[in-house]
Design a protein around this ligand. Sequence first.
Ligand code: 7TS
Length: 412
Amino acid sequence: MITTSQLGLDIQKIRARFPILNQKVNGQDLVYLDNAASNQKPIEVIQAIDTYYKTINSNVHRGVHHLSQVATDAYELSREKVRKHLNAAHTHEVIFTRGTTESINLVASGLGKGLVKEGDEIVITAMEHHSNIVPWQMLCEQTGAKLRVIPMNSKGELELEEAKQILNEKTKLLSFCHVSNALGTINPAKELIQMAHAVGAWVMVDGAQATPHLTVDVQALDADFYAFSSHKIYGPTGIGILYGKEELLNLLPPYQGGGEMIKSVSFEKTTYAELPHKFEAGTPSIAEGVALGSAIDFMNELGMDNIAAHENALLGYAHQELKKFANIRFVGEAKNKASVVSFLLGDHHPFDVGMILDKLGIAVRTGHHCTQPIMAQFEIPGTVRASFSVYNTFDEVDKLIAGLKKVEQMLG
Ligand code: 7TS
């Protein structure tokens, strides 16, 4: 058993910053391995929300009074932190949304207002979360455009040769996950973006599972749109980001109408605010936005490379130990993977495995992970998924393995 990270981070010290981890579940120390669904929050993020409401709560972009200005500054500082984190060219290319799902819907809905027409094609991949399927299906239903899907092989890697055939001059947009939530596959984002740009298509990247683990540089990738959720990167729920290139965000019509997003309103004509406010109707999640900035500070303090190195070590160790089960079936065996291991143990239903692990205090995700087409391709009802964050330990991987041995004893 390896007890500490050999990679420069003091994991016990990091764990101490996550109050939620220090608890018993069903009489056992909590082992939280459902990080791909939502990861836990360090004390700095929790305190940022507390401090916000205790000291600066006020509506943003409105008042000349002191609190409103301080709240606006704190909220806008977070936007700048996100810009820097993604290496976006401009702060106004960073739109606050409710999360990845809303970011994708914002773009799909905007394209539906005259930018996508019958005969156009929208391309996604076989490994998308429902959030990156359904909005495009709705857009296609509405406009008569056609949805096309880049297939993947049995390891859970995209078929790039087929992608070249599928992308063509009719393709209006390619949208794909940077990292798959169910398989852990890291997709070759830059290559896919180049392929789509070569046929004149725009590209949206679903970064929900990449931003917790990888350094993302939207300019180096040349992504047109990039979406992620705060709650998967140690930040609060209810807030996320849509990055978009300025010229494309200017082309897209507003998503929702209301306060904040206008320049002037009369009953005859309304004009819209400049970016980013054009896409931010209504009072936003201010405390959450401020706390997202603290989550980004947390990740930068640790270093994205250190986070990735620790998580990769955990993933490697988990694979090595899981392989020792004679009847394990891995779902997702791509060469390039991040932080997720999905598997089936014999013919035990994932729910049964998950329930027994829960009795042992071990939280894993079971089911289809909002990726039913992936499960259909592999002809399985779902998987057991363990996913790692920086605070997880090798000891916790050992507990997972011991838990699975118990599952075998109980279920045969
Ligand atoms: N895209 C991917 C790749 C995701 O993993 C998720 C959430 C979403 C989009 C949607 O993010 P949201 O924050 O807008 O809900 N994934 C998961 C998961 O794997 N288990 O629970 C949620």
